[in-house]
Design a binder for this molecule. Structure first.
Ligand code: ZN
Length: 172
């Protein structure tokens, strides 16, 4: 006996597809940076700019069940590193901020608006902060597994994010 499991071809990913993926991402040396497998898969809408461009583009034309690798150069990921985003400032600028240590994240106001910077060095009188994204300058390798593909609803497209079954679940 033959069970008919599909009524048509699998839906291929295109702009505005809701895509549920598992992924593992490593740097150029093969060091694992992040993985969804320890948590739940990630649900995104293709073409909305939620994912880095190199990964978003690589999803197109894949379908549920596909597993593939994609190498994403830094320009298609988090961009080049900019040395000028590293700045040394007098500690007194940060008077009132307690527990300044290497790794502390701060919000800084820059010409381009609010930005997260990370403390990378603390001296007696000065601290050095880095405004680059932690993954800037890195070429990334993704292992991707497509779990589910479906069309986004109008409400999802309006909101710009995926809704769990049963509705929005967010405050708008
Ligand atoms: Zn919503």
């Amino acid at each position: 006996n033959h069970l008919l499991k599909k009524l048509g071809p699998n839906m291929k990913i295109a702009k505005n597809s809701v895509v549920v993926i598992h992924y593992a991402v490593s740097d150029g040396e093969g060091t694992l940076i992040d993985s969804s497998y320890e948590d739940k898969p990630m649900a995104i809408i293709q073409g909305t700019g939620y994912l880095i461009p190199g990964l978003d583009d690589a999803l197109v034309d894949h379908e549920a069940g596909d597993k593939f690798e994609v190498a994403v150069p830094c320009e298609q990921a988090y961009g080049e590193r900019h040395d000028e985003y590293v700045q040394t400032v007098p500690k007194e600028v940060l008077a009132g901020v307690e527990d300044l240590a290497v790794g502390t994240q701060l919000r800084a106001t820059t010409d381009e608006g609010e930005q997260t910077v990370i403390v990378i060095d603390v001296q007696d009188e000065e601290i050095t902060v880095d405004g680059n994204h932690p993954l800037a300058g890195l070429d990334l390798n993704f292992d991707v597994e497509i779990i589910e593909v479906r069309a986004a609803t109008e409400e999802e497209l309006e909101h710009g994010h995926v809704h769990a079954e049963g509705g929005c679940g967010h405050d708008h």
